[in-house]
Design a protein around this ligand. Structure first.
Ligand SMILES: C[S@@+](CC[C@H](N)C(=O)[O-])C[C@H]1O[C@@H](n2cnc3c(N)ncnc32)[C@H](O)[C@@H]1O
Length: 190
């Protein structure tokens, strides 16, 4: 998201307030270059699954700068290499649009969470039908190298997954070319 954001968008995009309250053993899916790493509590045990091995170096460098240890797996969220009910929280930001099989990934996230534990997410989602943003999202989704489906109804997919409770707030933020991009931010409880 670029450019000047409204107060509501700024609040929703704030990564610190999303992940800082998490405790214990935390799994982050698709951390990219580790942009969220500085915001986790220092005492938390951080495990990341990032299929793009090329990003692992950047994550490790950032972790060193922060003086924290990390455990990284080159895997996708559709097959999380962790035991059932073994993490206290899962976090993901701008990832579910990239995951090949989002329903399989949500089932895996649920599986690794301890009962009652939470998945926190921040995602861009499909714009309302008929809008210019939606038309462009539709085109982008069909670009073979894009690796992202911006026209995905991630909120509805989350609500249809097997969590005990899913809550999110939605707003729009200014994206590329000044487009108003809908975002969701919330929690899914196992
Ligand atoms: C748009 S980037 C977001 C990176 C970071 N989370 C952020 O907030 O900037 C999407 C990330 O998801 C990763 N990714 C793609 N497919 C994935 C999958 N199946 N499981 C987990 N992560 C995946 C990509 O490699 C990339 O690092």
């Amino acid at each position: 998201m670029d450019g000047v954001q409204t107060g509501a968008a700024q609040k929703l995009l704030d990564r610190q307030s999303l992940v800082a309250p998490l405790r214990g053993r935390i799994l982050e899916i698709g951390p990219g270059r580790g942009v969220n790493l500085p915001h986790y509590p220092p005492e938390a045990e951080w495990v990341g699954i990032e299929p793009a091995g090329s990003k692992h170096r950047a994550i490790r460098r950032r972790a060193r700068q922060l003086g924290r240890s990390v455990r990284l797996h080159a895997a996708g969220a559709e097959e999380i290499p962790l035991a059932d009910a073994s993490v206290d929280a899962v976090a993901g930001t701008f990832v579910l649009c990239s995951v090949r099989d989002v329903r399989a990934a949500l089932a895996e996230i649920r599986r690794v969470l301890r009962p009652g534990a939470t998945f926190v997410f921040l995602e861009h989602v499909a714009a309302p039908a008929g809008t210019r943003t939606r038309r462009l999202q539709h085109v982008w989704t069909r670009v073979p190298f894009a690796q992202c489906r911006p026209d995905q109804h991630t909120g509805e997919i989350l609500k249809g997954a097997d969590f005990t409770r899913v809550d999110y707030i939605e707003t729009t933020a200014r994206g590329v070319f000044g487009l108003q991009v809908p975002l969701i931010r919330g929690t899914a409880v196992r």
